[in-house]
Design a protein around this ligand. Structure first.
Ligand code: ADP
Ligand code: MG
Length: 510
């Protein structure tokens, strides 16, 4: 007889149904797992054997065959331990065989029979809801699973024995509750930054419209400081975004104690990051920083120091909002709609734009040009706001802290975001910010008044704006109008939007 237990295999954040079939037949004593298992799955055998023995169950001296179906779907990870163990237990009569039907099962076993946490419980729980199954998962992941649906029947046992007792009716388990992570400490506040008023204004615009931002300035100007304060002015995740972000974190195994956080992700990988670290891939095709920054911020400090190929791999997600990882035998996509914030020095020495500075190796212009050349045009073309951050002056530094802090800026950002959500809700699904608005729709919602139109027409000629550059100006102008609470994009908005473009064009011409 064959016993069956349902579990899942992950393809990106999708959980595909996998059937664990266990057969115990007379013959040579053996325990084999077939169905394209990777190394962690093959090792499952040893953990299952020990865990069953520790739980007081001996494996029968027979031939045990475990098949993971469908056989052509690669099985990666350690979460097959629990479904295999339960399948064996049902096959030897240690558990009523019908108890498991209607459950999707995942979890890793320790040698002592306890069930330890695994990655991907949230997507597995969502898949269980879709299949109208219950879910059996490790105790530590119970509160994560509870987010999937309030209807979902969840068993989150600590050990095999506890689960067996539950089915016997001697120790009934209660359903875990969804948990939200307590906000851990205050975020750094904009009030710490003295002077730099125009950079702060740009940061506010970037936050309001979800625009990509590049800051260029000498070392010590406060670029890193500014970027680190962006999370403090961004609105919290909406419930739908929260679930999407958490699915990615779940698959990456980053949800501590199953608690979710509604703070927007802020990922700041070091410039030595590899391609796999940034866009994903490697063992188990894990999500990279660009996916972990989904609905949040990807901050690349010292942008030109990243390897050029690594930076160019970001062009795909910047355009489409997702990342495709092709493996030998399957493809995986991860959502990856992030806001790119980058900082850079003007040249390798960092001081070339300072008045009176003379580069020792070569003329300043060439030093700047060489450093800028490390960034490809198409990448720069995807940046809506490019600003120069001048060095802070001593006069700024001795000022008292500014009146206005992150709380006030965040309030204005929140209002502007609400306006955008309301506008796009009726126009196009899945779009919530001006930065994500497609060009066709943009021409409809960001049509400037006649003064604005003539300004943008003249500027487009004078600055030789590309089509993409033209749309970027419109997007930023739309955000500026939203910050002003206006439905009509006016000349003043277009003019300010063009000023954030001028820097970019001057730089690429240098
Ligand atoms: N505008 C500013 N107000 C207050 N302190 C500043 C400011 N700019 C820079 N600093 C100080 O200089 C340090 C370096 O700033 P940082 O953001 O790392 O510069 P950058 O990234 O531009 O090289 C900060 O830790 C802070 O102490
Ligand atoms: Mg810095």
């Amino acid at each position: 007889m064959v016993t069956r237990v349902s579990t899942v295999a992950f393809e990106g954040i999708e959980a595909r149904a996998v059937d664990v079939q266990v057969q115990i037949s007379p013959g040579t004593v053996a325990f084999t797992i077939v169905g394209l298992p990777d190394k962690a799955v093959a090792e499952s055998r040893e953990r299952v054997r020990s865990a069953l023995i520790a739980s007081g169950l001996a494996l029968p001296a027979k031939r045990i065959t475990v098949n993971l179906a469908p056989a052509d779907l690669p099985k990666e990870g350690s979460h097959y331990d629990l479904p295999i163990a339960l399948g064996v237990m049902a096959a030897i009569g240690a558990m009523p065989s019908d108890a498991l039907s209607g459950f999707t099962v995942l979890g890793e076993l320790a040698l002592d029979g306890s069930i330890t946490s695994v990655a991907g419980v949230l997507p597995a729980a969502m898949a269980a809801v879709e299949r109208q199954h219950g879910l059996i998962c490790p105790e530590a992941c119970g509160s994560e699973a509870a987010w999937a649906s309030s209807e979902l029947d969840i068993l989150a046992p600590r050990s095999l024995i506890q689960l067996a007792n539950h089915f016997k009716g001697t120790q009934v388990m209660s359903r875990p509750e969804p948990a939200i992570m307590p906000a851990s400490g205050a975020l750094p506040d904009l009030r710490d930054i003295k002077g730099q008023e125009s950079a702060k204004r740009t940061l506010e615009i970037a936050a309001a419209g979800g625009h990509n931002l590049l800051m260029n300035g000498p070392p010590g100007a406060g670029k890193s400081m500014l970027a680190q304060r962006l999370p403090s002015i961004l609105p919290p995740l909406s419930p739908r975004e929260l679930l999407e972000v958490s699915m990615i974190q779940s698959v990456a195994g980053l949800l501590a104690d199953g608690a979710l956080s509604n703070r927007r992700p802020f990922r700041a990988p070091h410039h030595s990051a590899s391609m796999a670290a940034l866009v994903g891939g490697g063992l188990n095709a894990r999500p990279g920083e660009a996916s972990l920054a989904h609905h949040g911020v990807l901050f690349l400090d010292e942008l030109p120091e990243f390897q050029p190929q690594v930076l160019d791999s970001l062009r795909q997600p910047l355009e489409t909002g997702e990342i495709l990882i092709a493996r030998a035998n399957h493809r995986v996509t991860y959502p990856s709609r992030f806001q790119l914030v980058a900082a850079m020095n003007p040249c390798r020495c960092g001081q070339a734009t300072e008045p009176g500075y003379v580069c020792r190796r070569q003329p300043n212009e060439r030093c700047i040009a060489q450093y800028q050349a490390r960034l490809s045009g198409p990448l720069l073309d995807r940046i809506d706001l490019a600003i120069e951050v001048p060095a802070v002056t001593a006069a700024d530094l001795i000022l008292p802290p500014p009146e206005e802090g992150s709380a006030q800026v965040a309030a204005r950002v929140a209002v502007a975001r609400k306006r955008q959500e309301a506008r796009y809700a009726s126009l196009q699904k899945g779009i919530t910010t001006n930065a994500a608005c497609p060009p066709a729709l943009l021409e409809e919602v960001a049509q400037p008044d006649s003064d604005g139109l003539s300004l943008i027409r003249d500027a487009a000629n004078a600055m030789r704006l590309s089509a993409r550059g033209f749309h970027r100006v419109l997007k930023v102008a739309r955000t500026l109008a939203d910050l002003d609470g206006e439905d009509q994009v006016r000349r003043i908005h277009v003019a300010e939007a063009l000023s954030y473009r001028a820097h970019a064009d001057r730089r690429s011409a240098a």
